[in-house]
Design a binder for this molecule. Structure first.
Ligand code: PEP
Ligand code: MG
Length: 931
């Protein structure tokens, strides 16, 4: 291992901003700020490599590290003219974690380390404030005991309460009826006098002895060793593990540990501490934004006990040098840092502007003012909302701070989802019920209903409803349409509920295993942060719940939301993205309404129009069922003739919306059994309508039922046994195409065959389509160009792509089915166990969400090569759910596909992801000649 420790101080640093991997974000930021001559208390960073070596050796610090730490402490001592462990000139340090990616609040921090009774007395002499020294000491004992010695913080609560009551008595405050929070407000830490603090420290030490059997460690060097180990240990605490999983942060990164000389914001009214952002992290507005507390230490600002004050006076000018924190009124003006310490404020404003210019991104800062002197304790790229990310990127490009290309790469495509759907008001109070999969983003509040019919009925009365089901099936489509959001207990990210809800742009939480739905109510098991069940609650029909489809959270009651706003910056960024991307972006849309939404979001065609969704409408389902139940071809044709005008009408609407753009229509795919009623009441109804006895109907239904419908009689297999279905659909498409063409509207129909695996299947269906086309063209007296193609959804189709391409003019990869058939994992049952696969690291991500590149991706590349070899210029698209997933899109760019197709609300996400993929691929190839 190379060096273990990187020192920073007095304008010089061993590390720099480029070394985030080794020094963590905090360590790299401290080193860089030191190099820039910004006032930073000196210190040193123990590297992430040491953390990894510590774990590899079974939680033992590697040989030599302790000596290096000793030497670094020596450097600190001579720099500051103080001594670690000396009561005369005490050097106290903070020990803080800091990983490569920011993990706010997930790991541990210890302040004021290096104290014992003598040193506390020395500190009191040196600072002239006994109260300050004892307060720092008791805080240190509390945090150290909690984090390093494992004596939980709440065991000290009672002692602190007693100290507050003693102080209250001395101050003449009646504290007898106050609870602990009220007491803390009435007697804040700043009112604890030296006598109360000394008694409290004594009591804290007794608690430590009682809990651990040993006295609190008095030796500062032992304290330091314990704290460094505890910081490394905190890399693997439960919170950090959960956070890493949520944000795809690899365990192998490890955390660095920063040891830094303490500066004190609690040395009186000329001291203070705060946090600041160089731009507003919520809206992205260019204004210096932040909060501070006078006479306080860092943890006080985040703990929320005292309400922090804004940094700036309200309304003082515009631009980056103005602004404040919380809403400002006259009182805030007077308590702002700008009003209270104008010199330190001015210095801070200059520093933040310089840091933003230097790092060329919005920075998140921590600062402390010790007796009027400003110190920066942290500087890192600030976290921001999707909205802020877009605005900051666009404005920084306009300001010339970054290029347009950098602006495109700066915005996480996943985060712009937030801009397209109403979202939960994060500041609003709320009660979390359960968590499921974030299946379709957006916030939705409504009354719980348990059936699609009930959803429709209540929505018809003007009520907002949330449809709650164990899982949904195509029969629920009307209920899903009527509902504001959908919650299911089972199913994964490509379950019916998830796919359909995303298509509709509707909020959906799927696979929420904490709920079970039965007999008109929903039982919810409540779990704590460690996954232990702590209770349960029953939610009945009519109760209000709120879904956050972007996070998978389910709340009890109505939680306020904020509407989507497509700001000017968003449109501008999209324009820049469109100019650099190569992949076209189409949309999966089944209705004229969806087609319009998709086009408004910038779709360049329809990549998948699933015709079966058109079959479920109330007026049509009857004819569909007649067709399925008919005994012979003649009966089927009669029923299909009833469907023809409906289908033609749908296609007319879609073609009109997509004038001038390609529209790929997939012929019928699902097994026919899906269209038959599932419950007895509906069966009776149908029996009367079609004049077939209920018994006979039941028999027919059983006859059609399959053990494994996903691998059964579906896709183009339907056309092999009943060609008249595809004939009707082809006719409807072509008649509609001729009709819009006659109206002078440009139309580009593409007919797509699902689930093919042999050339012969395509030859048969192609001949069928061509025959119908010739008939229609003759009848209409005009021809339209129509392309014939197929989906690639089966491994055999990918392998035989050379032969298939001889019949097909285009391929569209149906990666939902291709994933299902390649992995042999049912997409509808995957939700039950895939989570465990991801947890165990077998898959990095759910392969139905993010393409399995080595497996399914290899089949895509094979089909591409064989298909294009047989038919140069073969058009290749993808229309599975992966078409809207940024990391899958990066693969489709590399694989050289022509387009991706995704649900309408993901079109902007895909446009941005495609642009990023193009830029990344370009930089991997090296600079262009013109750059
Ligand atoms: C697919 O399989 O990827 C696809 C788009 O078709 P569906 O989801 O309708 O099966
Ligand atoms: Mg499919």
């Amino acid at each position: 291992m190379a060096r273990s420790i990187y020192f920073f101080g007095a304008g010089q640093a061993d590390g720099d901003a480029q070394q985030k991997d080794l020094l963590g974000g905090k360590g790299a930021g401290l080193a860089e700020m030191t190099r820039l001559g910004i006032p930073v208390p000196p210190g040193f960073t123990v590297t992430t490599e040491v953390c990894n070596a510590y774990y590899a050796a079974g939680k033992v610090l590697p040989a030599g590290v302790e000596d290096e730490i000793k030497a670094a402490i020596g450097r600190l001592e001579s720099l500051l003219d103080a001594r670690f462990g000396s009561p005369e000139a005490p050097l106290l340090v903070s020990v803080r974690s800091g990983a490569r990616a920011s993990m706010p609040g997930m790991m541990d921090t210890i302040l004021n380390l290096g104290m014992n009774d003598e040193i506390a007395a020395g500190l009191a002499r040196r600072t002239g404030s006994e109260r300050f020294a004892l307060d720092a000491y008791r805080r240190f004992i509390l945090t150290y005991s909690d984090i390093v010695l494992g004596v939980a913080r709440d065991r000290f609560e009672e002692a602190l309460g007693r100290a507050r009551r003693d102080a209250a008595a001395r101050l003449g405050v009646d504290a007898t009826r106050l609870n602990s929070a009220e007491l803390e407000r009435k007697v804040p830490d700043s009112l604890l006098d030296p006598a109360s603090l000394a008694a409290l420290i004594q009591r804290q030490k007794e608690i430590v002895v009682g809990a651990t059997g040993s006295p609190f460690p008095d030796d500062p060097r032992a304290q330091l060793g314990g704290a460094i180990r505890a910081v490394f240990d905190s890399w693997n605490n439960h919170r950090a593990q959960v956070y890493r999983k949520m944000h795809d942060i690899p365990e192998a990164w490890g955390t660095a540990c920063n040891i830094q000389a303490m500066v004190f914001g609690n040395l009186g009214d000329d001291s203070g501490t705060g946090v600041a952002f160089t731009r507003d992290p919520s809206t992205g507005e260019r204004r210096f934004y932040g909060e501070w507390l006078p006479n306080a230490q860092g943890e006080d600002v985040v703990a929320g006990v005292r309400t922090p004050h804004p940094l700036s006076r309200s309304g003082s000018g515009g631009g980056a040098t103005s602004g404040g924190g919380a809403t400002s009124d006259g009182a805030d003006d007077a308590s702002s840092l700008e009003a209270r310490m104008p010199e330190a404020y001015a210095q801070l404003v200059a520093v933040q502007a310089r840091l933003e210019q230097h790092f060329r991104d919005m920075q998140d800062l921590e600062f402390t003012i010790q007796r009027g002197e400003l110190f920066l304790l942290q500087c890192r790229t600030g976290k921001r909302t999707g909205r802020a990310a877009v605005r900051i990127a666009v404005e920084m490009a306009r300001e010339g701070l970054i290029s347009q290309r950098e602006a495109i790469l700066r915005v996480d495509p996943g985060a712009i989802d937030q801009l397209l759907h109403p979202s939960i008001d994060e500041g609003a109070p709320k009660r979390l019920l359960a968590r499921g999969l974030p299946a379709s983003p957006g916030a939705a509040t409504g009354q719980v209903v348990f059936s699609a019919d009930e959803a429709e009925r209540r929505a018809g009365q003007g009520k907002a409803v949330i449809l709650v089901r164990s899982e949904t099936s195509p029969e629920d489509i009307h209920g899903m349409k009527a509902a504001r959001g959908v919650l299911t207990a089972r199913g994964g990210m490509t379950s019916h509920a998830a796919v359909v809800a995303r298509g509709m742009g509707k909020s959906c939480v799927a696979g929420c295993s904490a709920i079970s739905v039965s007999q008109g109510q929903m039982a919810v098991t409540i779990y704590d942060d460690h996954g232990h069940a702590t209770g349960s609650i029953t939610v009945k029909a009519g109760d209000l719940i709120t879904l956050d489809g972007g996070t998978g959270r389910v709340y009890l009651g109505a939680v306020p939301t904020v509407p989507a706003a497509l700001s000017g910056e968003f449109a501008e960024l999209m324009g820049w993205a469109d100019a650099v991307r190569r992949l076209r972006v189409r949309s999966n849309a089944d209705t004229p309404h969806d087609a319009r939404t998709a086009r408004n979001f910038g779709a360049e065609g329809i990549g998948l129009c699933r015709t079966e969704h058109m079959f479920f409408d109330e007026e049509r389902i009857q004819a569909v069922r007649e067709m399925i139940l008919a005994d012979g071809e003649a009966g089927r044709r009669r029923a299909l003739a009833k469907l023809l005008p409906f289908q033609r009408g749908d296609f007319l609407g879609v073609f009109r919306e997509m004038a001038g753009l390609p529209v790929t229509i997939r012929l019928l795919d699902p097994p026919l059994h899906e269209f038959l009623p599932q419950d007895e009441a509906q069966l009776e109804q149908l029996s009367q309508a079609v004049e077939i006895s209920a018994k006979e109907l039941r028999r027919k239904s059983q006859e059609l039922a399959e053990y494994n419908p996903m691998l059964g009689h579906r896709g183009c297999r339907l056309a092999i046994t009943s060609p008249e279905i595809y004939e009707m659909q082809a006719r409807a498409i072509l008649e509609a195409a001729c009709e819009v063409a006659a109206a002078g509207i440009e139309v580009e129909p593409e007919i797509m065959i699902p689930l093919s695996m042999t050339r012969r299947e395509l030859a048969i269906t192609r001949a069928l389509v061509e025959r119908v086309a010739e008939q229609v063209f003759a009848e209409k007296g005009r021809r339209v160009d129509v392309r014939f193609g197929t989906m690639i959804e089966l491994p055999r189709a990918a392998i035989m792509a050379g032969e298939l391409a001889e019949e097909a003019e285009f391929f569209s990869f149906g990666t939902n089915d291709l994933t299902q058939t390649t992995l042999g994992i049912s997409r509808d049952d995957a939700g039950r166990f895939l989570g465990a696969y991801v947890e165990a690291g077998i898959f990095a991500k759910d392969p139905f969400q993010s393409l399995d590149v080595p497996g399914v991706g290899a089949l895509v590349e094979l089909a591409r090569d064989r298909g294009r070899a047989a038919r140069p210029g073969l058009k290749l698209g993808i229309c599975g759910e992966h078409g809207g997933d940024p990391s899958s899109i990066a693969f489709f760019e590399r694989a050289g596909l022509d387009y991706v197709s995704c649900s309408p609300f993901r079109v902007p996400v895909a446009r941005l992801a495609a642009a990023q993929a193009a830029l990344t691929a370009e930089s991997a190839r090296g600079p262009r000649a013109t750059d």
